[in-house]
Design a protein around this ligand. Structure first.
Ligand code: NAG
Ligand code: NAG
Ligand code: NAG
Ligand code: ZN
Length: 252
């Protein structure tokens, strides 16, 4: 199934000569949309990249029952297969999970084969762990090009999520600087926002986010996952592929 999708012809690039002459007008299986903000007034989507690692559980518990979005790598700060139970717990808690690529590369410098490999390995992990294929992608560094969009479309992705506000925790700025981003967002109520953070820092999970969540909720914001804040443009973040599997998997 994975290899079949990977062999759909994309633009000038065909992954399999078998499909090279197939319907050149059907370049995209779906249209992938690049999104940098929510649509619904009064809603903010907190997003956390670069996990799984150590702080997803802390983040989940500091969201006070609200949903967030986690864009997971396969093998970055942690190996995704070492966090199977944590990932299942995030999903069960109602959070939305998307792909952030296997090894957090600069996608703009990759060939289509390399892009497909980065995407396929994360999809395989989601399918094993959750029985779901991810349809949302956040590019590392926010970098994307036409080749990436066509590769994502051919693989069935529907959305590329960027962000409207960056807490800069990825640059390891002092906590008050990240908190200030939440203050500014809170003041803008009810404008929608997508906030970028990372689930790999204790300070984000246990200082910035508890502070930010209380500021936003005090102002009246509802905190939701990215699929919930898109209004009529929202769509499902996954394709159901099967049941979660039992196994012991490794990243290398
Ligand atoms: C994708 O976009 C094109 C151009 O806007 C449109 O003609 C086509 O119907 C769209 N395909 C899907 C599957 O939405
Ligand atoms: C969180 O997301 C789940 C799954 O989409 C949904 O059922 C639940 O109502 C959401 N929770 C809140 C508080 O919005
Ligand atoms: C995984 O193991 C559990 C417990 O042994 C079992 O109930 C479940 O059916 C298994 N799932 C699959 C997909 O084999
Ligand atoms: Zn990242």
């Amino acid at each position: 199934m994975l290899s079949k999708i990977a062999s759909v012809a994309v633009g000038a690039v065909a992954f399999s000569s078998l499909f090279a002459s197939a319907a050149p007008t059907q370049l995209y299986k779906r249209n992938v949309t690049v999104v940098s903000n929510c649509v619904n007034s009064g809603q903010v989507a907190l997003t956390f990249d670069d996990g799984p690692y150590l702080y997803e559980g802390d983040l989940s518990s500091h969201l006070g029952g609200s949903n967030a979005t986690f864009f997971l790598n396969g093998n970055n700060w942690g190996c995704i297969y070492d966090y199977v139970d944590d990932i299942r717990a995030l999903h069960a808690a109602g959070h939305t999970l998307g792909s952030h690529g296997w090894s957090h590369p600069h996608f703009n410098s990759l060939s289509s084969d390399e892009m497909n490999d980065e995407l396929e390995k994360v999809e395989e992990a989601f399918i094993r762990i959750l029985g779901l294929r991810p349809l949302y992608f956040r590019p590392p560094y926010g970098e994307y090009n036409d080749l990436l969009l066509s590769v994502l479309s051919a693989r069935g992705y529907t959305k590329v999520f960027l962000w409207s506000d960056d807490t800069q925790d990825g640059n390891e700025v002092p906590v008050p600087e990240s908190e200030d981003v939440y203050d500014q967002v809170a003041l803008s109520y009810p404008e929608p926002h997508i906030i970028l953070g990372h689930s790999v820092y204790a300070s984000t999970a246990n200082e910035v986010v508890p502070y930010g969540v209380s500021q936003l909720k005090d102002r009246g914001y509802k905190l939701v996952a990215v699929d919930a804040c898109m209004g009529v443009r929202g769509d499902l973040p996954y394709e159901v592929v099967g049941k979660p599997q039992n196994g012991t998997w490794q990243c290398s």
